[in-house]
Design a protein around this ligand. Structure first.
Ligand SMILES: [Zn+2]
Length: 174
């Protein structure tokens, strides 16, 4: 339904600072992440127990043959890997008020990076959209450069190493 609507607006050539973007702002908060990389994660994963790693399972009308446990990836995060992945995501998160001009933020509704052109506490203008009502919203941002990316990844992997198999921080003995 939603992707049909997106295609409809794209066919009409509506894209910049318009109705589609308005809808995006309204829907961003609840949207599921789209266009995520399908490659192997850098964090700890295990073979999906449902599909055995193929990414496919018996057909159903909602997902087709795509395995819904792993979303077709063939692997799932272990508890440690999931916690580390969340740690990583949080380390590259920024609230609307703390955005900076030139930063790239993720539009999870359209599945694309957008460059911040201006913002205040509530409104954000990117090279694609004008968002309003974004007070308190947490954006996923792109690392500034390869160095920052490497640094954030290393920090999250180091964090993963501190976790037990259950994904909890190890208690330090005195
Ligand atoms: Zn699976």
């Amino acid at each position: 339904m939603i992707s049909g609507l997106v295609v409809f607006f794209k066919v009409l050539g509506i894209d910049k600072g318009d109705k589609l973007c308005y809808n995006v702002a309204v829907r961003l908060r609840g949207a599921r992440r789209k266009g995520q990389a399908m490659g192997k994660s850098i964090f700890e994963t295990e073979t999906c127990s449902r599909c055995g790693g193929s990414g496919h399972y018996s057909y159903n009308p909602m997902y087709g043959t795509t395995c819904f446990k792993c979303h077709g990836r063939g692997y799932v995060f272990t508890k440690r890997g999931l916690a580390a992945s969340q740690f990583y995501t949080e380390s590259l998160s920024v609230s609307t008020a703390d955005l900076e001009v030139g930063m790239y933020v993720w539009d999870k509704f359209n599945g694309r990076w957008e460059r911040v052109e201006s913002h205040d506490d509530d409104k954000v203008v990117t090279n694609h959209c004008q968002y309003s009502g974004m007070r308190g919203y947490t954006w996923r941002r792109k690392a500034r450069d390869d160095d920052e990316l490497a640094e954030k990844r290393a920090a999250a992997l180091a964090y993963q190493d501190t976790l037990t198999k259950a994904g909890k921080e190890r208690k330090r003995r005195k």
